[in-house]
Design a protein around this ligand. Structure first.
Ligand code: NAD
Length: 348
């Protein structure tokens, strides 16, 4: 039995990635649409065979409580709206799958976790790469000890983000610039590859604020994360150069390279191993299933069993706490220590 999903927000990601992914999913089905644009909602609904009775606008959203076809609400709205729409979904008795970044402040993340706990509903943050085979293999290999101890992680995720005037350039809606939008993939990867939480961050922002896109949010940001085992992650994100999405993990006796690492498809992975003094580089060929179908199926499976998802609200909260420390480190021009993270999911 497939769980029914309501998709909230019919923007780029919803229309071009998430809605088509239902066709490749095995444990969920599209059951309802929520949009502020009635014409668009009707057009999309007819394309996906959704009846008028399963269309909602933002005001009618709370009436999802009376729609038994909907088990899970997938929130794909601008970042600052995630709190309100998560809280209302939980109050309507629905599980929540929410896009990254979880919210625009750690306080909002905490309120989202509390709202879902109170309603006894599951909350998952849509960290698609954690459900993707190349990243799963990188995690396995990095933590297996096969390549010796990890030393460095280099990760970059960026793209040209134009034109000006979009919500991603407004601090109140986005929470920040390239860091919470795409740099978060580097941050999250450094955490899941090491399986550790950083103890210190330092950072530098480079932004031409005369560019109308960057009046409120940062363009380029470089940040370093120090992990308790001694691993240093050196990460970058940007909004003003051609896209590049790569990740390399350097260990004592080899490396893991993913390029592209954070794209929707076409991920490639190479592994170097040093054996008897000689380096052997091999390409690791893995399937590239639809990342959105995989993450939605995971949510459906866990929600159906009443179990916590692999990337719960706490995962989004921890990234948000680190993002806030990164901004502080950049502002103050000095390293910022991080408190040890509270209890984490042992299955990570
Ligand atoms: P988008 O601008 O294309 O879509 C946003 C939708 O929200 C639009 O339909 C818009 O009409 C609606 N909306 C409602 N109120 C709005 C307001 N006040 N201002 C602007 N839009 C408003 O954005 P998107 O790229 O689809 O991103 C949506 C969410 O998905 C964000 O949280 C983003 O970080 C996330 N996202 C995740 C991935 C991923 O790979 N997981 C990729 C892209 C976006």
């Amino acid at each position: 039995e497939r769980l029914g999903f309501a998709v909230v927000g019919l923007g780029e990601l919803a229309l071009h990635q998430v809605l088509p992914a239902f066709g490749r999913a095995k444990r969920c089905r599209l059951a309802a649409l929520v949009s502020g644009d009635a014409d668009k909602a009707r057009a999309v609904a007819s394309q996906y065979g959704i009846g008028r009775e399963n269309l909602y606008d933002y005001k009618a959203y709370d009436r999802l409580a009376d729609d038994p076809a909907v088990d899970v609400v997938y929130i794909i709205l601008p970042n600052s709206m995630h709190l309100e729409f998560t809280s209302r979904a939980a109050a309507a008795g629905k599980h929540v799958l929410c896009e990254k970044p979880m919210a625009t402040s750690a306080a909002d993340c905490e309120a989202m976790i509390a709202a879902c706990e109170k309603a006894k509903k599951q909350l998952m943050i849509a960290y698609r790469c954690q459900y993707e085979p190349h990243h799963r293999e990188a995690i396995r290999l990095a933590r297996s000890g096969e390549l010796g101890p990890l030393r460095l992680i280099e990760a970059t995720n960026g793209q040209n983000q134009g034109p000006p005037g979009q919500w991603r350039h407004r601090k109140a809606l986005a929470g920040g610039g390239s860091l919470p939008d795409v740099g978060i993939y580097c941050l999250n990867a450094a955490r899941y590859i090491t399986g550790e939480e950083p103890s210190e961050v330092s950072a530098q922002v480079l932004t031409d604020s005369s560019d109308p896109r960057f009046a409120e949010v940062e363009d380029r940001i470089a940040f370093q994360l120090k992990f308790p085992s001694g691993v240093l992650a050196d990460c970058r994100s940007y909004y003003s150069a051609h896209e590049s999405r790569r990740c390399r993990v350097m260990a004592e006796r080899g490396w893991i390279d993913m390029d592209p690492a954070f794209s929707y498809q076409g991920l490639r992975m190479k592994v170097a191993r040093v054996e008897r003094g000689a380096e052997h580089v091999s390409e690791v060929r893995l399937p590239s299933p639809d990342q959105f179908a995989a993450e939605m199926d995971h949510m459906a499976e866990r929600a159906a069993r009443g179990e916590r998802p692999h990337t719960p609200g706490e995962e989004g909260l921890q990234d948000q706490r680190i993002i806030e420390a990164i901004y502080r480190a950049a502002r103050e021009g000095r390293p910022v220590p991080l408190a040890a993270a509270p209890g984490r999911d042992a299955t990570r």
